[in-house]
Design a protein around this ligand. Structure first.
Ligand SMILES: NC(=O)c1ccc[n+]([C@@H]2O[C@H](COP(=O)([O-])OP(=O)(O)OC[C@H]3O[C@@H](n4cnc5c(N)ncnc54)[C@H](OP(=O)(O)O)[C@@H]3O)[C@@H](O)[C@H]2O)c1
Length: 322
């Protein structure tokens, strides 16, 4: 495993995303929550994965509880990141929700507490005041944000008056917004970290889905799995397959390797099995050449999926039974 040190924190370059734990929208079922999730966390720790990402909203607390159960007796091996879902995130509510997360996680300290989404209605000063109180009480070590623009991230840090070390955003070869908006560069230049969520584009970059075999559940709303986009992804998927072959690796592993090759970027793939977790952790040890990196970046630049309003009628058509 490789580790990234930023703002006084150390986390594994490949982490584990735990949205899948207990979340009906992923459809992995009860046994996955009660058995597989625990085994996935244990194996992750065995392999040196320290960054374990969850949120109070995932499975309405079930994910945090599963992480708590899995970390029993092994808490010190993990860097626990969770998130407050910002419904009326005024200071006392942020404080109360942080304590609720710590209880479900069965820990005295949350390593990284993140604001899950921007909330434009509640002043950032009040949200960050809640974070500051949690830090002062020792319940929270580091503070982060998620889905924040660069300007909003900087503002959060300015009102907080001390480092907001991370911004968790969607970032992968299929989703390059953080490169274009300067988020990735900002993290690299300022001792901050980008935590890349959906680094496999929810499985799109694993090169295993096609028009006749697209995933359902929450991914039924992901426009990348529209037949047109699976078709448009041909160059990118081909590049992943070919680079993977040269490393005796899988396309999913190469997709992760590309993400964490950027300075101060870590990735938190979810996993539906222990085998996937093992592959994902091993991606940290793959070394891409500069040529391979450029080839993947170019294929990603050329990928132009249908998205936004243009994708909505197609997504609806796919989900309606007529
Ligand atoms: N802050 C936010 O707003 C936000 C939003 C989304 C996610 N997140 C976080 O980011 C984490 C990851 O994002 P995500 O779950 O959306 O997407 P992801 O990590 O890109 O995709 C995860 C899915 O890809 C498949 N997969 C994983 N490893 C694989 C491998 N080695 N080979 C082939 N397929 C593999 C699995 O699905 P199948 O096996 O079923 O195909 C798995 O459930 C979440 O768990 C959550 O912690 C945060």
């Amino acid at each position: 495993m490789r580790y990234v040190d930023v703002g006084g924190a150390r986390m594994s370059a490949i982490g584990l995303g735990c949205w899948q734990f207990g979340s009906m929208e992923w459809g992995y079922g009860k046994e996955y929550l009660e058995k597989d999730a625990i085994e996935i966390v244990h194996r992750a720790l065995d392999l040196g994965v320290t960054l374990i990402d969850t949120a109070e909203i995932y499975g309405f607390g079930k994910s945090e509880r599963a992480v708590g159960r899995a970390l029993e007796g092994r808490r010190e091996q993990a860097f626990i990141a969770t998130k407050v879902f910002p419904v009326l995130p005024i200071a006392p509510i942020v404080e109360q929700r942080g304590r609720g997360s710590a209880r479900r996680l069965e820990v005295d300290t949350i390593d990284l507490y993140q604001i899950h989404q921007p909330n434009a209605l509640v002043p950032l000063s009040s949200q960050m005041e809640g974070m500051r109180r949690l830090q002062q009480s020792g319940l929270v070590r580091h503070v982060g944000v998620s889905n924040f623009s660069l300007d909003r991230w900087r503002s959060a840090e300015a009102v907080h008056g001390s480092p907001v070390i991370s911004n968790q955003v969607q970032y992968s070869l299929a989703s390059r917004g953080p490169d274009r908006s300067g988020l990735v560069q900002h993290a690299a230049d300022n001792d901050r970290v980008i935590i890349a969520y959906s680094p496999l584009a929810q499985g799109f970059l694993a090169a295993k889905y096609d028009a006749t075999n697209a995933p359902g559940g929450v991914r039924g709303f992901n426009s990348l799995f529209l037949p047109e986009n699976l078709e448009r992804g041909h160059e990118l998927i081909t590049a992943l397959r070919e680079v993977a072959k040269a490393h005796d690796a899988t396309p999913a592993q190469i997709a992760l390797t590309w993400v964490i090759r950027r300075k101060n970027v870590v990735a938190i793939p979810g996993a539906s099995s222990v085998a996937q977790l093992e592959k994902n952790a091993a991606a940290a040890d793959i070394e891409l050449t500069d040529d391979e990196d450029s080839r993947l970046t170019t294929a990603s630049d050329n990928f132009n999926p249908i998205s936004g309003p243009a994708a909505v009628p197609k997504l609806l058509r796919r989900r309606l039974p007529f």
